[in-house]
Design a protein around this ligand. Structure first.
Ligand SMILES: Cc1cc2nc3c(=O)[nH]c(=O)nc-3n(C[C@H](O)[C@H](O)[C@H](O)COP(=O)(O)O)c2cc1C
Length: 154
């Protein structure tokens, strides 16, 4: 059993694609597909962040995050938010939420979240968050990530 075998197997699990955003003096955000629902009562979700991401301090010390669920037309947005060393927020349209957290334009769905619990797990942190607001654009379809590629559902 090797890490590459583990990665190859995980890549066979199709996911949606989100950009998780936060704010501390400036907006931060990254492409995330580790998003999942956790609990209905209270309504909880989680996402995992690598301990090496550049914005980790902001996520550890602030309390509000937005999970922007990308639409199938937003592969370019997913690329902007995983490429290193680019000024991401000058390349996308967004507006601030009531908590000043970026909401990207033209997304399929939005989950505004409040930090509930952080769990350290190996080389990542699990961010478990309580939902404070939900918005869905039913006219759009989600972007999918499968086998290391962005795909559209039929
Ligand atoms: C489809 C996809 C999903 C990703 N999911 C995650 C994730 O769940 N957690 C994470 O820490 N990084 C994830 N990444 C990697 C980050 O988006 C990438 O490392 C990003 O550059 C980190 O931000 P930074 O450059 O500001 O450090 C994902 C990348 C892709 C392409």
């Amino acid at each position: 059993m090797s890490i590459s075998q583990f990665k190859q197997t995980i890549n066979k699990f199709a996911t949606g694609v989100t950009v998780v955003t936060a704010y501390n003096n400036a907006p931060v955000g990254l492409t995330v597909n580790s998003f999942t629902s956790v609990s209905l009562d209270p309504m909880l979700i989680l996402f995992n962040l690598d301990k090496k991401i550049s914005s980790l301090d902001v996520f550890l010390k602030t309390n509000y995050f937005n999970v922007n669920i990308l639409a199938d037309s937003q592969k370019n947005i997913a690329s902007i938010f995983y490429k290193k060393d680019i000024d991401r927020f000058t390349k996308v349209n967004y507006r601030p939420s009531r908590n000043n957290i970026p909401i990207l334009a033209n997304i399929h769905g939005l989950l505004e979240c409040q930090k509930y619990k952080i769990v350290e797990a190996g080389d990542h942190y699990l961010f478990i968050c309580k939902i404070v607001n939900i918005v869905v654009d039913e006219t759009k379809k989600p972007l999918v990530f499968y086998n290391s590629k962005f795909c559209n559902i039929a």
